[in-house]
Design a protein around this ligand. Structure first.
Ligand SMILES: [Zn+2]
Length: 96
């Protein structure tokens, strides 16, 4: 549901989430219950704190400003000391 801004004369600006079919020119303030008219504010494009917005922003940032490394990772390539497979038959397979 979309968020709408309302401005209470006593408490100030507050958000209310309601279906588009139910939003009116005013609503009751959740703090004091007074009549609060709807406020027109700038759209919150790109200010989302949701996970989807963070992922979208991070993806867009890597497209225009990819992280560049100047060398290999410290310690060289990582190799696990643990065998890839514990099945003894795999040791009999030909090796490159
Ligand atoms: Zn109020």
């Amino acid at each position: 549901m979309p968020l709408y801004d309302f401005r209470c004369a006593e408490c100030g600006l507050f958000d209310a989430s309601m279906p588009m079919s139910e939003v009116g020119p005013s609503t009751a303030c959740p703090s004091c219950g007074q009549h609060a008219p709807r406020a027109i504010t700038a759209p919150r494009l790109g200010r989302g704190a949701s996970t989807a917005m963070r992922v979208h922003d991070a993806t867009a940032r890597t497209a225009s400003d990819p992280g560049v490394v100047s060398g290999a990772l410290p310690g060289g390539p990582r190799r696990s000391s643990r065998p890839v497979s514990t099945d003894p038959r795999h040791r009999l397979l030909p090796r490159p």
